[in-house]
Ligand binder design. Sequence first.
Ligand code: T4K
Length: 372
Amino acid sequence: MSNSDSKPIYVTQPHLPPLEEVIPYLEQIWANHQLTNGGPFHVRLEQALCDYLGVEHISLFANGTLALVTALQALRITGEVITTPYSFVATAHSLLWNGIKPVFVDIDPQTLNLDPDKIEAAITPQTTAILPVHVYGCPCDTKRIQKIADTYGLKVIYDAAHAFGVEDEGGSILRHGDLSILSFHATKVFTTFEGGAIISPDEKTKKRIDHLKNFGFADEVTVVAPGINGKMNEFQAAVGLAQLKHIKHALEARKEIHERYRKSLSEFNGVSIQIQPISARNNYSYFPLFVTAENQSSRDEVYGILKKNGIHARRYFFPLISNFPMYRGLPSSKQNNLPIATKAAEQILCLPIFPNLTHNDQERIINLILKT
Ligand code: T4K
């Protein structure tokens, strides 16, 4: 099939609930006039997500970035924070927005998450926290990270933007650390168009976060903190409630597509395809393909061939965060400090994966890759 007679295929496509299922929610919003500020759908979605995810305290946010910025505020994090360069740029930006210096540490070659073996060497008297990311929904080594944090008296905030619904042997991975954040952006497994959340370990912390996301208001006349406007509105919450009914089917469809890729691409032109380990419950949010040929340009060749054929795979995460101008000058950004992350950024291509990806379209993607 030529480029001109097929629709473009993007790395993801939102899996929306049928419109007729959303309309009754909208009618209720129109009828009761509560558009935001903790309305009935907001309350219901917090409870529904607690039940679905198996956690006790969730605060909804307008987006994942505001959730990250607020999580750092809630724990009064200052000084230096150890984090990964192999993530979406919002992870490190949340530190800069809080006047915190990011200290980049290299990643583990298998999981692509912060390498626990390298964290201790980066700790200084200014270090107050660790900000790891469960990249592509693959769980971090939470046990070892917590042990290091306990030894040095550090807080741990997990950027779990990719990890909606992911579980390890003990349950939701969102239970780890001091706080975890989620993103419900249009490109995520579960979406409220824009949206996010903070998962707290207790009611007191949730309350502080709820104040912070509402300008710091504790009641009509009391402001207890320099808060921000991070609130999720009723429309977003309604979309979330409607979508949650379809999440099981969406995850099953993703799993099938993930498995088909794994099976078909296990041998690719004689070069190996390394795939992240599968956790106790995965969400199949991304399909990172490692193009590990000696020739470093081959990832970009595959990217280019797919693009020419209307298939928009993405080089998440290239460039590394540490290569963006506002981070480049940091001592921890030096390439020789981050050899594994540098290699991953050069070799990984995220293939299209979303519930409505048809069998034919996936075959076309696989065949194009196998032919390169
Ligand atoms: N931490 C981590 C680890 C993150 O990955 C993210 C966000 C955050 C924090 C921050 O959370 P939020 O503040 O975003 O809630 C996307 C997303 O914008 C971003 O949310 C996401 N991570 C990042 C990994 O990917 P782009 O620039 O690649 O998105 P974009 O607009 O190019 O979309 C990719 C493809 O998705 C498009 O080619 C087509 C499809 N798409 C996209 C949108 C927006 C649709 O079909 N419909 C849509 O509405 O960053």
